[in-house]
Design a protein around this ligand. Structure first.
Ligand code: NAD
Length: 358
């Protein structure tokens, strides 16, 4: 397997591999770019089919973190870690401690946080061996969980989309469909409900749907029906690659603004949305509330009012993207990439790299 010519390599500064026979740890840390500060990104544990799949994932995710943090105005670079293994069967305190030792060898160039397959409790164990762990601050209002901040940031960005698309700041009567009412989606739904929006929700877990129906008066719809609704705005808050040839052809909305990562299956889908007159709020910009929260936790001076004010800058960033896209005729996704590259000093800021690969 070639590393330097890997399609997702994209000038990574450093990729480190670790195998610890005693604990069974097999892990990769990717540091994409540290121009703006130390790289920060979650530690994912996943039963990857092979090393190549793990490498591909960590490279794409770490690159995505560079763009996300740059757009959020944080003094952070992009990095990510993956542990190869099934978190339900193979995650032990010994393995997590070995991961802590591995992270420590990078001397602070990479700071870890929770991600799929790892929890705040796991971060505490990793933190026994390294100081380069975030998401541990109990005094943050929600014990380290970034989801409420992510939801708030999505709400702020969604309001900017409504303002740009329909020229109004009032959400009352706005019909919003939400795919996924989990940690972020449910909180976003509550903010929307409080602002007077009408909600249509789907999820793969019936209890999540029931909670949104009973607590927020949402209308439940089928998992596939969500794309065919006659509503104003679609908020994907479940999984990636949700915007594709099939779904875009079916969507009747005027805007897409939601929390899910990697919503565009390919970069060309940003253009397909634009051609249908659907305003797209770039995912890594609108869902940055969580990384902003984690950044302040890492700084060690967590002030909720300051965190909230920073998250609210997502609104002005989103307006800048929409404005530049309207002026240049480029897609909002391209414009976001370009602004991010200008901010972190990409060698060729005029060159766009497919964010669907991030
Ligand atoms: P979550 O697992 O709590 O919620 C996701 C919900 O989507 C679950 O309730 C799940 O049942 C549902 N779902 C999954 N597949 C579905 C499908 N096909 N149709 C309908 N519902 C489906 O996760 P979360 O923390 O709320 O994150 C949601 C999304 O936001 C993810 O894409 C995540 O990567 C992204 N995100 C989350 C954060 C954060 O702070 N949690 C930050 C940035 C981005």
């Amino acid at each position: 397997m070639s590393i330097f010519s890997h399609p997702a390599y994209d000038k990574h500064e450093q990729v480190a591999f670790c195998q610890d026979a005693k604990s069974g740890l097999k892990a990769i840390i990717a540091v994409h770019n540290t121009n703006l500060g130390p790289s920060l990104g979650g530690c994912r544990m996943w039963p990857y089919a092979d090393d190549g799949e793990a490498l591909n994932d960590v490279l794409r995710l770490s690159r995505g973190m560079t763009y996300k943090s740059a757009m959020a105005g944080l003094k952070l670079g992009g990095g990510k870690a993956v542990i190869i293994g099934d978190p339900r069967k193979e995650k032990t305190p010994e393995l997590l401690r070995a991961m802590g030792d591995f992270i420590n060898t990078l001397g602070g160039r990479y700071i870890t946080a929770e991600d799929s397959g790892t929890s705040v409790a796991d971060m505490h164990i990793i933190g026994e061996r390294t100081q380069y762990v975030s998401g541990l601050i109990a005094e943050s209002e929600h014990g380290g969980d970034p989801s409420p901040s992510t939801a708030y940031g999505v709400f702020v960005g969604l309001k900017a989309a409504v303002e740009h698309r329909w020229g109004k700041s009032d959400l009352s009567g706005l019909k919003v469909s939400l795919q996924g009412v989990g940690n972020v989606g449910f909180r976003l739904a509550k903010l929307l409900k409080d602002a007077g929006a009408e909600l249509f929700v789907t999820d793969i877990f019936q209890d999540n749907i029931d909670r949104a129906v009973s607590e927020l008066g949402a209308t439940a719809v089928g998992a596939d029906e969500i794309f065919d609704l006659d509503v104003d705005l679609f908020a994907p808050c479940a999984l990636g690659a949700v915007l594709n040839d099939d779904t875009i052809a079916r969507l009747k909305v005027g805007a897409v603004a939601g929390a899910a990562n990697n919503q565009l299956t390919e970069m060309r889908h940003a253009a397909a949305l634009g051609e249908k007159g659907i305003l797209y709020a770039p995912d890594y910009v609108i869902n940055a509330g969580g990384i902003i929260d984690v950044y302040y936790q890492q700084q060690g001076d967590y002030d909720p009012a300051r965190v909230k004010a920073h998250i609210e800058t997502i609104g002005s960033t989103m307006q800048e993207i929409f404005q530049r896209a309207a002026e240049t005729g480029e897609t909002t996704a391209h414009v976001a990439d370009r602004i991010a590259e200008e901010r972190f000093g990409h060698e060729d800021a005029s060159k766009n790299i497919d964010p669907a690969a991030a």
